[in-house]
Design a protein around this ligand. Sequence first.
Ligand SMILES: *[C@@H]1O[C@H](CO)[C@@H](O)[C@H](O)[C@H]1NC(C)=O
Ligand SMILES: *[C@@H]1O[C@H](CO)[C@@H](O)[C@H](O)[C@H]1NC(C)=O
Ligand SMILES: *[C@@H]1O[C@H](CO)[C@@H](O)[C@H](O)[C@H]1NC(C)=O
Ligand SMILES: *[C@@H]1O[C@H](CO)[C@@H](O)[C@H](O)[C@H]1NC(C)=O
Ligand SMILES: *[C@@H]1O[C@H](CO)[C@@H](O)[C@H](O)[C@H]1NC(C)=O
Ligand SMILES: *[C@@H]1O[C@H](CO)[C@@H](O)[C@H](O)[C@H]1NC(C)=O
Ligand SMILES: *[C@@H]1O[C@H](CO)[C@@H](O)[C@H](O)[C@H]1NC(C)=O
Length: 603
Amino acid sequence: MRLISLLGLPFVAALASAAAVPFKGCQHKVKESIHGPPRGWSKHTSAPKHHMLELKIALPQPKFPELEQHLWEVSDPSHSRYGAHLSKEETDALMAPHPESLDIVNEWLASYGLAEESLLRSSANDWVTIRVPVSLAEQMLDTTYSVYKHAETGESIVRTTSYSLPEILHDHVDLIQPTTMFARFKAFKSTLHWTNQAQAPVLSTSSGTITGPAGNQVDASCNSSITISCLKQLYNSVAYNTSATNGNKMGLTAYLDQYANNMDLQQFFQLENPSAYGSNYTFVSVNGGLNNQSYAAAGVEANLDTQFGFGLTWPTPGTFYSTAGEPPFDPDYFTPTDTNEPYSYWLDYVLSQPSLPQTISTSYGDDEQTVPFTYADRVCAGMAALGARGVSILFSSGDSGVGDGDPNPATQMCHSNDGLNVTKFLPAFPASCPYVTAVGATVNIPETAVSFSGGGFSNYFVRPAYQEVAVLEYLTKLAPGTYEGLYAPEGRAYPDVSAQGVNFSVVYQGQTIPVDGTSCSSPTFASFVSMLNDARLTAFKSPLGFLNPFLYSAGYSALNDITMGHNPGCGTEGFNATTGWDPVSGFGTPNFEKLLALVLSLP
Ligand SMILES: *[C@@H]1O[C@H](CO)[C@@H](O)[C@H](O)[C@H]1NC(C)=O
Ligand SMILES: *[C@@H]1O[C@H](CO)[C@@H](O)[C@H](O)[C@H]1NC(C)=O
Ligand SMILES: *[C@@H]1O[C@H](CO)[C@@H](O)[C@H](O)[C@H]1NC(C)=O
Ligand SMILES: *[C@@H]1O[C@H](CO)[C@@H](O)[C@H](O)[C@H]1NC(C)=O
Ligand SMILES: *[C@@H]1O[C@H](CO)[C@@H](O)[C@H](O)[C@H]1NC(C)=O
Ligand SMILES: *[C@@H]1O[C@H](CO)[C@@H](O)[C@H](O)[C@H]1NC(C)=O
Ligand SMILES: *[C@@H]1O[C@H](CO)[C@@H](O)[C@H](O)[C@H]1NC(C)=O
């Protein structure tokens, strides 16, 4: 059914000499260009010619509309195919390029001496990866690479602002990266107040109880400091035990050399979930992702994710994916290193696996406009494939309200990178992808949307049908002309849901520290989703898969609506949390008991 990679080696070898002609004579035409690097990046030097690039070439997926149709059907509780998720072979076939595209791209690569055995292909053959020096990439793409430096972080990357391809290839290649992609995929967490008051004890001692969002009594300390026990109380899952053996799994991802320290994890378990003490998770290295267990290498984000994600869902088996990020590259020392885009590596890996965790949370992202549309579109399509496979994919919605990646609303610039340089709200990607569930943040009891909670409207993806009613209802509440020109009202709106996101008590290098961010919210919401998947598997039902069609049609009624708070940015007050869906808190936070009854009533 699916295309196996073309192993006709003699055929390819024969082309290597013969094919030089059609491409060499063919006019190069600009395939993609941007108006200059996004804010923060500036050209430093020209790129060392021997610097090795790992170029990823995306071939078109002509059957994607069919894949998307499957996704809508199997994720819609009112459809007869609800829960009939696809297999790896089925999604591979629906993501495969046309054989003609494979052939012509092979010929083009062969004309530069890149034979089949030097190519790396994704499971659906929709991506081809080659390793070439800058000098060859510049010939193939008729471009000039430069070293760009980031003003705040000092990071260096090798990129260009435009590249070209022979005209006859244009319909057979969606994109090639790294070229015009400047995204940094930051972790959406902050520990700002910790650095000011290092070692301050965070586990609150305030006693007594207060009324939580589900109407039950919860420890009063949960109003100022969040533990595993608090989240179970607040979100009404105290009475529920997950199974270790029903096949349910919880997945978390890490990028950018974030290591989850196991000593910290065990110390956290002792403090916050003693029954989980001594338990462990499966570590999966993607593209050479490491697992440095030195205390000094511990990452706050990775510790937060594993401690809360695996702590809440224990004894559900956990999987932790560590995908190698961009290694530091020092242009002044001409160090040859890879510069890559970790999401496509992660997607390549998971989509090649026959079996996957039913729930996966990711707390990384960047301004949508730093990710070229073609690349965002392909990553988003990969998320759709995961949804069709039955995986619930959750992303944190970002930590700068409606604004740019700068977490301080006062210094946010919010300039569009489209050549017009106008002020614009800057949505975050992948949260803005319509095939993921984006999670915003709340604080305190009663729960209030946090000011940093990322939310808004995609400039890339149009509003999917599942959120039409909810988002239009919100838009009619805005006074006419509100923020006109600052956002795209017809865009995919996010977040979809939210969860607590301030003062999580995380163990880091042996100390308990408070962590803030939608990075706290995504693994939290995902954990409750994982518990729901646990219940469905125990009842011999399918996992929930892509959540949004369920959330927007029925699930919202089992969430705690958040009606206070707003998310300032770009010199504005941002959007308000309101009754019903809003672009600050989505539909709100989980009420597990209610959700449980609901998901067990579904087929
Ligand atoms: C977070 O914890 C600090 C003490 O560590 C406390 O001063 C602050 O009020 C807490 N924030 C919230 C929003 O509860
Ligand atoms: C959950 O596990 C705890 C501890 O083992 C046990 O006391 C409790 O009865 C269990 N609850 C249910 C609903 O099975
Ligand atoms: C837990 O798993 C991690 C990652 O696989 C490993 O580094 C660590 O040694 C394990 N710890 C224990 C106590 O098994
Ligand atoms: C692990 O991290 C420590 C601290 O950052 C570093 O000194 C050490 O070289 C790293 N080990 C490896 C194998 O990368
Ligand atoms: C965009 O405009 C702002 C002032 O409004 C200016 O500071 C900035 O340099 C401009 N950026 C570009 C790329 O032109
Ligand atoms: C929780 O803390 C907030 C902020 O300190 C406060 O306004 C609110 O009254 C507290 N909630 C309860 C139920 O005490
Ligand atoms: C948010 O609510 C405030 C107070 O009710 C109101 O003044 C403001 O116009 C609202 N903003 C938006 C964007 O709806």
